[in-house]
Design a protein around this ligand. Structure first.
Ligand SMILES: *Cc1c(COP(=O)(O)O)cnc(C)c1O
Length: 392
């Protein structure tokens, strides 16, 4: 009987030394030696899989890639220094001048910047559709559309996009489907099972899950990954072997961590829903979520993020952060420690009111990354912070 991907990923390791170590060794080396000129020639001619230089490949990095490929059900992968270099590498390796990228308006802020500010500099067109209006997707495909890029659940709005629907569309028009699976993790959702060609991750978030290192990865179809590999090996966004070693270790506990993050988040969402200070609350696995039916079809759990809108708007958002005693105010998510953020006054403060609405940032939007503290302690901190907000 074939073992479950969780078992296979946990037990996969790239190389053994003669020491019998149980934990994988860390290959902190920039380059690799050859026995003779012929072996070196063959490696450079791509006739062997020998490591050459850690900008191209490294055993510790490969172990991390292998583990993510198993969890995502992917053929191949390339790991990068951050989530953004995985996103950018997948764009630059596969898109050319004159191509069109179709994406969704509610996406991670830096991805939004890359698509709308930098891709046009290289002659790559883009357009955005609304996450919650599937009809728009087909209507927005152009003859030169080369890639569809999306996130589900979206950051920070937690909209859910139907992966099966979009992948059928991508197949129909022969377009590459590239999915940022950062919020769900491969244990919450496997986009490749629904027909995605590529999956990118910010490993910085749930994969590390302990707020220590930056990292990113793109996995998927072998031919596409090969092009991304060639682009990255020349341009240099390689993941550090040390970070890869940390991330590889982190993956061994991803399953149990995500289970608890998700059950804590569901509990908090259930308890807060309908609170008089909130105008709405969203969590993918609450039946009240607009795309609940899609969420339960394609996700194994609702993930670790809960978001809600404070009736008191911008000022309440700031006061809510100030009243918190346990939750951290920090620009990250997917940590063991719970985190609260108020995008309208922080990460998205520079956008105009219109631009904020276009990416679904409303004035009183609070995003909670639910950590692994005892769940009632997280809930009580949120409740006491809501309690002292003035009535709207
Ligand atoms: C954080 C994040 C990224 C970028 O990852 P970095 O590791 O910070 O570069 C991309 N997509 C999503 C959804 C994110 O949350």
């Amino acid at each position: 009987m074939e073992q479950h991907p969780v078992t296979r990923a946990l037990r996969t390791r790239i190389e053994k030394t003669n020491e019998g170590e149980h934990s994988s060794p860390l290959f902190l080396t920039s380059s690799f030696c050859f026995n003779d000129a012929e072996q070196m020639r063959a490696a450079f001619a791509d006739e062997t899989e020998d490591n050459i230089y850690s900008r191209f490949s490294n055993p510790s990095v490969q172990e991390f890639i292998d583990r993510v490929c198993i969890l995502e059900g992917a053929e191949a992968g390339f790991a990068t220094a951050s989530g953004m270099s995985a996103v950018f590498g997948s764009f630059m390796a596969l898109l050319s001048q004159g191509d069109h990228l179709l994406s969704c308006s509610s996406i991670f802020g830096s991805t939004h910047t890359v698509i709308s500010k930098y891709l046009p500099k290289y002659g790559i067109e883009y357009s955005y559709v609304s996450a919650t209006n599937p009809q728009e997707w087909e209507a927005s495909i152009r003859p030169n559309t080369k890639m569809i890029y999306l996130e589900t659940p979206t950051n920070p709005g937690l909209d859910i996009i139907d992966l099966k629907f979009v992948s059928q569309l991508a197949k129909k028009y022969n377009v590459i489907l590239n999915v940022d699976n950062c919020f769900a993790t491969p244990l919450g959702q496997r986009p490749i099972d629904f027909g995605a060609d590529l999956v990118v991750h910010s490993a910085t978030k749930w994969m590390d899950g302990q707020g220590r290192v930056l990292g990113g990865i793109v996995v998927g179809r072998k031919d596409l990954i090969h092009d991304i590999y060639l682009f990255c090996r020349s341009t240099g966004p390689a993941l550090s072997p040390f970070n890869a070693w940390v991330l590889s270790k982190s993956l061994e506990t991803l399953d149990v961590r995500m289970d608890r993050h998700a059950s804590n988040a569901l509990h908090i969402a259930q308890k807060l829903e309908g609170h008089p200070k909130l105008s709405w609350l969203k969590y993918p696995f609450l039946p009240s979520h607009q795309q609940y039916d899609i969420a339960i079809k394609q996700m194994k759990n609702g993930g670790g993020i809960v978001c809600f809108e404070l009736k008191g708007g911008l000022e309440s958002g700031r006061a809510f952060l100030n009243n918190l005693k346990l939750l951290s105010l920090t620009a990250n998510l997917g940590d063991t420690k719970s985190i609260a953020s108020h995008p309208a006054s922080t990460t998205h403060a520079k956008l105009t009111a219109e631009e904020k609405l276009a990416v679904n940032i409303t004035p009183g939007l609070i995003r909670i990354s639910v950590g692994l503290e005892y769940v009632e302690d997280i809930l009580n901190d949120i409740l006491q912070s809501l309690e002292v907000l003035s009535e709207p």
